[in-house]
Design a protein around this ligand. Structure first.
Ligand code: GAL
Length: 338
């Protein structure tokens, strides 16, 4: 698969699974992602979440829409809403496949976690709820960075700045639950699962422990890298260290990736800078991180090359993660192969 080229499925169509992630289950890789449509409005969900299956990460079988939109206006998964960054994990205890996604609307102001479950990796996934995480719970840690210090320019321009400046968002959202936009899921070696989401208007990541059935939050969560404006975040572990890969917040436009490391899953995380190397590294080779998955001994970082004029034509770039001892690097290569 050539990075940035069309990636064809078993029917010869470009794979339509954006902002996605991989679940490996019983020797099969399942790639779940946003089914995008044509044009600028292709960002909205008119189909749902699509899934492809593969045994070798090269040949992908189109398994169709596994979470379908409905025709009830205003419903969290109605046609024309936003279903972004779907991720699926398998819960050994319940035998269920659990999908989390960013549930939003046209205006993009909802910031909820959508939940859907299935008995089979191929679905159908049943929508359960759209909620904000950790209502009524305070984070286990407290932020120390002054709000506003890393505020991205585009937010200053569109007027959100005044609203955001000097706010303690997690206190504001204490009763109703925390904002959750770009998100990912992580299952640790002991089976404990964690929800990582861009919160507080995207200014701060939260890492929240899940209940044993993976369906809800336990109430234990931390604020991570406060006020550093990370999204497109992926969490993975290697040799007793926990790593974060993320993008900055510039919408569909690429920016420099970031990385961070910690000794335990809930931190404290230390920023490591841009892990990308090679031509175009300062704009993540034109992409935005979406997930990191493991295939045998190789860790693969998935990036979306967004086409915000014709979303269905957005491309992919998958690159191996190279661990360096104190961090990791991602070197550009033309081809994705293991
Ligand atoms: C990006 C985000 C995408 C999508 C987009 C909408 O920052 O990573 O998932 O939400 O903004 O503008």
């Amino acid at each position: 698969m050539l990075n940035g080229a069309l990636w064809l499925d078993d029917r010869g169509r470009h794979i339509n699974a954006h902002g996605g992630g991989i679940l490996e289950h019983r020797g099969v890789f399942y790639w779940y992602g946003e089914h995008k449509g044509p044009g600028v409005n292709g960002k909205l969900a008119y189909d749902g979440v699509r899934m492809y299956a593969s045994q070798d990460l090269q040949k992908w079988q189109d398994c169709g829409i596994v979470l379908q939109v409905n025709n009830t206006p205003g419903h969290p998964v109605c046609a024309g809403c936003r279903i972004e960054r779907p991720k699926v994990i398998y819960c050994e205890k319940s035998g269920k496949f659990v999908m989390y996604f960013h549930s939003s609307n046209l205006e993009h102001r909802i910031a909820k976690r959508g939940l859907a479950i299935a008995d089979d990796p191929a679905g159908p996934f049943t929508f359960i709820s759209a909620e904000r995480p950790n209502a009524g719970f305070l984070p286990l840690n407290a932020g120390t960075v002054e709000p506003g210090s890393y505020l991205p320019e585009h937010l200053m321009r569109n007027g959100e700045y005044e609203e955001l400046k000097n706010s303690n968002f997690y206190l504001r959202d204490f009763a109703g639950g925390q904002m959750a936009r770009d998100m990912n899921l992580f299952v640790d070696s002991d089976g404990k699962a964690f929800h990582i989401y861009a919160s507080e208007h995207n200014s701060t990541l939260h890492i929240a422990e899940l209940t044993d059935d993976y369906l809800y939050w336990s109430g234990r969560y931390v604020r991570v890298l406060p006020d550093r404006w990370n999204e497109g975040e992926a969490l993975f572990t290697y040799r007793n260290k926990y790593y974060l890969l993320a993008s900055g917040c510039t919408g569909w436009r690429p920016n420099a990736a970031r990385s961070a490391v910690a000794d335990s899953v809930m931190g404290e995380y230390t920023m490591l800078g841009n892990p990308c190397r090679g031509a175009g590294a300062e704009i993540t080779f034109g992409g935005q991180s979406s997930a990191v998955f493991r295939a045998g001994d190789t860790y693969v970082a998935m990036f979306d090359l967004w086409n915000d004029q014709n979303f269905i034509d957005s491309r992919y770039c998958w690159l191996p993660v190279k661990f360096t001892g104190d961090g990791f690097e991602i070197h550009y290569q033309e081809k994705f192969e293991l």
